[in-house]
Structure formats: C-alpha cells, structure tokens
Design a protein around this ligand. Structure first.
Ligand SMILES: [Zn+2]
Length: 87
C-alpha cells in the first residue's frame, strides 16, 4: 500500500512551528521550547537539584525565559522574520 508518510514540508504553520526541544519528544512546544510534560519534568529536576535552570538553558534543553515571554508579541514576530531572512 502506498503510504502517505512523507515528511511535511516547511510550510507556514504557526501552530506546529515549534516542537519540543527534547529529541525523543515530538509534541508541540507549549512554553520555553518544551511541551507540557517535558516542562513539568524540567521543573521537577530543577526543584530536586538535578540541574540548574542555567545548565538546562546552556544545554539547550529549555529556552531562556525572556525569549519565551516575548514570543507572542508582534515585535518578536517581526524581529524573527528579519532574523530568518538575513541568515
Ligand atoms: Zn516534550
């Protein structure tokens, strides 16, 4: 049977633009680059002292707070567009 499992092309889909940063997790990112489940696990790890938030950011397991907070503002959208076109 011919399966239609081709990888989706990079079309403009705002809702599915960002996936969870965790490699084995393919859920859409909700906050700071993580899905809800990974975000909870991340907070749990930080609280239990497994790692610090700074370490997680350094390892790119989570996005810095400032970026995530501005993600929805019109300015950051415009700025992101500029960044993408100049690279
Ligand atoms: Zn996840």
């Amino acid at each position: 049977m011919a399966t239609k499992t081709r990888k989706p092309q990079l079309t403009k889909q705002p809702t599915s633009a960002a996936l969870c940063l965790i490699p084995n997790c393919r859920r859409p990112a909700k906050l700071r680059g993580l899905c809800a489940a990974c975000l909870q696990a991340f907070y749990r790890s930080v609280r239990s002292g497994e790692l610090t938030e700074a370490q997680a950011i350094e390892q790119r397991l989570v996005l810095p707070k400032s970026k995530a907070g501005r993600k929805r503002s019109p300015w950051s959208k415009a700025a992101a567009r500029i960044e993408g076109s100049t690279r």
